[in-house]
Design a protein around this ligand. Structure first.
Ligand code: ADP
Ligand code: MG
Length: 359
């Protein structure tokens, strides 16, 4: 079953029928899960874990011996204790309903069990790429994306928007937006999505919430609520996405970070966006320069989203609006109409007629 991707997919069909019924876990399985080095599929075929690749908030991700293209995510025992049996049901539904853009998603592939046949996680394809966190960063972008200019950044963002458009067509919402969950291939400038198990899905007539999120990427209407009770929608998604877009274009700066202002979440909850109208609270320097060079249409989308759109979701631009304006931005950069430096040394002057300088 762990032998080849084809086998995995075949095996997954068997898993649907053969999976033991989800059952609540007891506390004493915690230490067993932590010590696990061998995992099993539904047919009790064993596979050795190799090493921990990363530890996340919900689980640990392992490499598998002999399969560099596959990873296994084992949920932390406390997460299983809290979220079972719904978690296993959600992953089973995801296994059974693969989205169309699966190639660029780390969608669950196979259920994974411990020796006692308790469900503990799933296997997935390993995705390559650099986290967008490294791009949306004043220092790290130079190290990880040394050849990137602003056109490259916008191309990456277009790829991200296209991924989300494909998910939305299938009524799947990302919910928990996080720069670390978007992996960028610097050559092709495509985005792969990881941590998909938290996505909000509507599968087999069942609703599965996205139970996690971070306040600084959550729209005001979903603040201070239990994420398990929240129902994300295209308008909430596009607000979170706009924060990601802004951060990637602005060296990691949060749109609601203000000089002499309150914290970003408080500013967000009152729709206080420093850029655009009056340019209040933007210090002279990189952020000021970058903002001044952005095309008017792009600035308008940010202003609409982060000012009036913060408290009125129906006023937010759509994914299609963002895609259209960013596509035009690329075309206009190609014509030399806009600064392409990631970090323009000067603000745009009133007599600016275009440049192709690269940072
Ligand atoms: N499919 C994947 N391909 C490559 N790396 C992955 C993949 N899935 C997870 N990772 C790595 O493991 C980390 C934790 O995984 P994630 O699913 O985000 O865990 P959690 O939901 O517990 O936060 C990620 O930040 C990433 O570094
Ligand atoms: Mg997660």
């Amino acid at each position: 079953m762990f032998g080849s991707i084809l086998n995995m997919l075949n095996a997954f069909n068997v898993v649907q029928a053969a999976s033991p019924k989800p059952r609540p876990r007891s506390q004493n399985t915690a230490s067993q899960t932590m010590a696990i080095t061998t995992v099993y599929d539904a047919q009790k075929s064993a596979k050795q874990l190799e090493s921990v690749l990363a530890k996340g908030g919900e689980g640990s991700v392992y490499t598998l011996q002999g399969r560099s293209d596959v990873l296994v995510k084992l949920y932390h025992p406390e997460v299983l204790n809290k979220l079972q049996p719904q978690l296993q049901q959600k992953i089973a539904a995801m296994l059974n309903n693969k989205p169309q853009n699966e190639a660029l998603l780390s969608w669950p592939l196979i259920d994974v069990y411990n020796q006692q046949q308790q469900w503990i996680g799933y296997a997935m394809h390993r995705k390559q790429g650099l986290k967008l966190q490294f791009l949306a960063h004043a220092v790290l972008y130079k190290k990880h994306f040394p050849h990137f200019n602003r056109r490259d950044i916008v191309q990456v963002l277009l790829s991200l928007i296209e991924q989300i458009q494909a998910l939305h067509r299938q009524h799947i919402m990302i919910g928990d937006y996080n720069l670390n969950n978007f992996l960028c291939d610097p050559q092709s400038k495509t985005i792969s999505l990881i941590d998909c198990d938290s996505y909000q899905c509507q599968l087999n007539q069942q609703f599965f919430a996205c139970p996690v999120g971070s306040p600084d990427l959550t729209p005001p209407e979903h603040q201070n609520k239990s994420f398990r009770e929240v129902k994300r929608n295209p308008q909430s998604e596009v607000f979170s996405l706009a924060i990601i877009l802004f951060k990637c274009l602005m060296l990691g700066r949060h749109p609601y970070d203000m000089v002499n202002g309150e914290d970003p979440v408080s500013n967000m909850n009152s729709g206080r966006f420093a850029y655009g109208k009056g340019n209040q609270g933007i210090p002279k320097g990189d952020w000021y320069n970058i903002w001044s060079h952005m095309p008017y249409q792009l600035k308008s989308l940010f202003i609409r989203t982060f000012s009036e759109g913060a408290l009125n979701p129906s006023l937010r631009p759509s994914l299609d609006d963002w895609h259209q304006v960013l596509s035009l931005y690329v075309k206009e950069m190609d014509k030399g109409w806009h600064e392409v430096a990631v970090r323009p040394p000067q603000p745009k002057k009133s007599d600016y007629r275009g440049s192709n300088s690269v940072s």
